[in-house]
Design a protein around this ligand. Sequence first.
Ligand SMILES: Nc1ncnc2c1ncn2[C@@H]1O[C@H](COP(=O)(O)OP(=O)(O)O)[C@@H](O)[C@H]1O
Ligand SMILES: [Mg+2]
Length: 243
Amino acid sequence: MSTPLLQVEKVVAGYRPDLPIVHGISLEVAETEMVTIIGPNGAGKSTLVKAVAGIVPVSSGRVLLDGRDITRLATHKLAQASIAYVPQTANVFTTLTINENLLVGASVLPKSEARRRIERGYETFPALKDYRHKKARVLSGGQRQMLAVARALLTDPRLIMLDEPSAGLSPLMVVEVFQRLKGLVESGVAILMVEQNVKAALAISHRTYVLADGCNRIDGPSAGLADNPEVTSIYLGAGGRKR
Ligand SMILES: Nc1ncnc2c1ncn2[C@@H]1O[C@H](COP(=O)(O)OP(=O)(O)O)[C@@H](O)[C@H]1O
Ligand SMILES: [Mg+2]
């Protein structure tokens, strides 16, 4: 097999050097693969993704993109490394217009290229175009998520990392956002997403990692995990989150 696009190797990370939250997690994302991370609240899912994004310090282990070590790359260099990160909250500027949000995301690009890619974003997400001069605060949760993704796409990433893209969305919007993400993967982008919406995430992604207490717990093809008794009892059974 060729080198995976993203390799996370035994990463230890946390907000304080003396208090690791992620205790040596490993995972891989292949080119144009959609990979989900699930796990109980506090399992370290967001911390792991932030560690890959260079926001949380990594104390040991490595993060490789195309086999190249990017472990301690500054967050602002992430786009150059072809990775985009969409955080769970505060992922759009509500006081700016949709167009201004996109301009901010494209600010690293030459002007003509920025304009071209913003137009391309509007083609991908036509609903945003209708609102381009409206403040982002008027957007619904799902539309904000689309705007955050549209902004992430401006730098032509090969990998997008999303932290709970369906959080707070109505079931209909979850379907819509996931369909969009699937479309992105079909267009050649790889996705690594943290999800609480386990059933929908397992249905749409290629592979899934289950994390618990900052460690790898189970992983494999998503279709297989949907039938795994441990996964179903924790996430899909009675008391779990049902849809
Ligand atoms: N900014 C932070 N500073 C210190 N500890 C944090 C911070 N964010 C999260 N934590 C802690 O890290 C642990 C894992 O959190 P998190 O990665 O957000 O879990 P998950 O995303 O799986 O719910 C939790 O115990 C949480 O309290
Ligand atoms: Mg989280």
